[in-house]
Design a protein around this ligand. Structure first.
Ligand SMILES: [Cu+2]
Length: 690
């Protein structure tokens, strides 16, 4: 057992808080609640907590202590009295509140990561009564029993809701039978690189039975998420929403919607059964959905669907993320509703009114839904492509208007409206003459980030850019989205360009090796950030140029090593990343968000020198500097295509760079960006782990 005082919240502060409590209690009733648009809990107690910066509350203790006692204000440091039965889903967490200026908080959470079962013994009544599922801690899934990994008995894990600039303390208890880590996807961890959760890069893994305390600042708003960064664990269920809201004054989209409810946050996930990791078996929405093995119609009430309730006449902010494991991009849409897309990867964009959007793994889109249709139930539909298309996988959830029967399912099939749209889109792809084309265009849906349609460089740079940025195009590429913020560098900034590639090799023994820069990643055995003074970079790391210098030809040899790409700190950096494969790959880097300034299709490529040559010839066009290029942390590299991203390397450290399809990452499609020199990186304190 390990007991210690928290450095951040020393005992003297607790005494101070007790003294201040009486005053705070009297202030509590005077705090205004008039501008609370969200229908969150609204109690004097909550207001009390929102007024003090240093207070910490553990959700499961709140019911046991009387209001305002100091017992609720300390971190849990003594794990000798574990009460797992009362672990919360954070519904009544004091940090879940309307964000107001000058009222940041300290927020404490416990995430217990543990083995569990889909359709386990908790699900006895859930199979017959939809309402029993939540109460029984049942993970119903699609009604097929399978081992899973849950967070606090939930899949997705409980949503963490914060306000911008809150201080966050999360204890992750590893009750799995294997090591774990937790990554906070979308936070750049500028002040706390050791909290990024990348195993053997920024931390050592948390062993079974151990606790790791993650402490960091929620220094930006947006739809982020947390997920395990070990092996396949997020595919088994270790993932959840991390929603950081802004104050009304700071939220430039606040006027566009009336409600922003956590129950309208959706996690889409492809799943497998048992431990057959190569076969994607279904797509679930918030852990639920129809089973494709049975022949029941979509609207049979024996299926369990996620239900989103809305009241006619109001506008709702909704958040969608794809926790993708296989190569399975998805298309998202809602029957008879337009989606006003306002944000991607947690970054606000100029709104785009669309019929649907595509996600590759780790991407997020936030949209506003105007509940302006007849008061009944509608299908929210998710259609899988690539590997998921091969198995005809799709999924539904229910948009349920107040006034419709609570258990009513929509009429027809989930893909009903999607299929008709797809027919139109197919016509658009293969028009035979101009009148057909214009007819197809007028009927075509507006789709954002459609991985199937990308501008090709064959059109020439000017035509390419017109295609990529055309405002009235029905197909809105990600590169055409506009950030609300201009790019943060002056015009004509000279970027240092790094060329990189995603590719696949088959080893002589038949094994498939997924690669970055034609190197399959082998993880280190010393955590790079912590142990950086223990090894000599040149002996420990490899990269494309070091292998060439040693006489290796990775197009012929099989190159497997610790691929670390070095970049100078505090410089304008540009990455041109080519994809030699025909399928799309989601590119993700840790520690840095980037502006997407180019994305398109080249055609057959298998050599970076060709990409460099094309670029020298000016055939890989970039958005002009005046374009407010979209800010992202994950983006698809089209099949046989490329992306160009830009960022200022102002966050020195070791940052993972990888494909976000887990099946690819675990087979080597991973590398590390070493930004800056060792002395430029933050000092990392040794940690006492309980
Ligand atoms: Cu990939």
């Amino acid at each position: 057992m390990c007991v210690r005082e928290s450095k951040s919240f020393p005992r003297i502060l607790i005494i101070f808080l007790v003294l201040g409590l009486a005053q705070a209690l009297t202030q509590a009733d005077t705090q205004g609640t008039a501008d609370r648009q969200e229908l969150l809990f609204s109690t004097a107690e909550e207001t009390l907590f929102s007024t003090d910066k240093a207070k910490i509350d553990w959700p499961w203790s709140r019911n046991k202590t009387t209001k305002g006692t100091p017992a609720g204000l300390i971190l849990k440091n003594d794990y000798s009295q574990m009460d797992i039965a009362s672990f919360s889903d954070f519904e009544r967490h004091p940090c879940r509140r309307v964000c107001q200026q000058g009222q940041t908080q300290s927020c404490y959470y416990q995430l217990v990561v543990h083995n569990y079962q889909r359709l386990g013994p908790e699900c006895q009544r859930c199979q017959f009564d939809e309402r029993a599922c939540a109460a029984e801690h049942c993970i119903y899934g699609d009604g097929v029993a399978s081992p899973v990994m849950a967070v606090n008995r939930k899949i997705p894990g409980p949503a963490i809701e914060l306000c911008e600039n809150d201080t966050v303390v999360v204890d992750v208890l590893n009750y799995l039978g294997e090591p774990t880590t937790m990554h906070w996807h979308g936070l750049n961890m500028v002040d706390t690189p050791q909290m990024d959760g990348a195993a053997f890069v920024t931390q050592y893994p948390v062993q079974p039975g151990e606790v790791q305390r993650y402490e960091f600042k929620a220094d930006r708003g947006g739809s982020l998420w947390y997920h395990s960064h070990m092996g396949w664990q997020r595919g088994f269920g270790v993932a959840g929403h991390l929603i950081i809201r802004k104050t009304r004054q700071a939220n430039q989209h606040a006027h566009l919607y009336d409600y922003d409810l956590v129950e309208h946050a959706l996690m889409v996930q492809d799943i497998f059964y048992d431990h057959e990791l190569q076969t994607v078996r279904n797509i679930l929405i918030n852990g639920k959905g129809r089973n494709h093995l049975n022949q029941l119609p979509d609207n049979d009430n024996r299926h369990r669907y996620e239900r989103l309730r809305v009241t006619p006449g109001y506008r709702y902010r909704m958040r969608v993320l794809l926790n993708g494991i296989a190569n399975c991009p998805v298309e998202f849409s809602i029957e008879q509703h337009k989606l006003l897309i306002i944000s991607t990867d947690g970054n606000d964009i100029e709104p785009v009114l669309a019929d649907g959007f595509f996600l590759t793994s780790a991407e997020r889109f936030d949209f506003v839904l105007n509940a302006n249709q007849l008061a009944k139930s509608y299908w929210i539909s998710v259609r899988g492509y690539e590997q998921c298309d091969g198995r005809k996988l799709y999924q539904g959830a229910v948009l349920s208007y107040r006034g419709a029967t609570r258990t009513e399912l929509p009429q027809g099939n989930i893909l009903g409206s999607t299929q008709s749209r797809t027919l139109v889109a197919d016509n658009l792809l293969k028009p035979t003459n101009s009148s057909e084309q214009s007819r197809a265009l007028s009927a075509a849906p507006v789709l954002v980030n459609d991985y199937r349609i990308m501008p090709t460089i064959a059109a020439g740079p000017e035509a390419f850019l017109r295609l990529a940025t055309a405002e009235k195009d029905n197909n809105v590429g990600t590169v055409a989205l506009r950030s609300l913020q201009p790019v943060p560098w002056p015009r004509n900034t000279r970027f240092r360009t790094y060329y990189s590639s995603f590719s696949l090799r088959r080893a002589p023994n038949g094994e498939l090796l997924f690669q970055i820069d034609e190197i399959s990643y082998i993880p280190p055995d010393i955590s790079l950030l912590q142990g950086r003074n223990l090894f000599q970079d040149d002996g420990y790391f490899c990269n494309r140029s070091s292998l060439v210098a040693q006489g290796h030809n990775c197009q012929q040899d099989l190159c497997e090593c610790l691929n670390v790409i070095r970049m100078p700190a505090y410089r304008p950096i540009e990455m041109v990343v080519a994809n030699y494969m025909t399928n799309t790959h989601p590119y993700h880097i840790h520690g840095n968000s980037f502006r997407l300034v180019g994305q398109g299709v080249v055609g057959n490529i298998d050599d970076l020198r060709n990409i460099q040559n094309l670029d020298r010839q000016g055939r890989l066009p970039r958005l002009p500097d005046h374009y407010h290029a979209v800010l992202k942390d994950s983006v698809q590299i089209p099949g046989l295509g490329f992306i160009i991203v830009r960022f200022i390397s102002d966050n020195p450290g070791f940052w993972l760079y990888h494909c976000h399809v887990e099946a690819h990452a675990v087979q080597g499609m991973m590398a590390v960006l070493k930004i800056g020199e060792d002395y430029q990186m933050k000092q990392v304190p040794a940690r006492l782990r309980c």
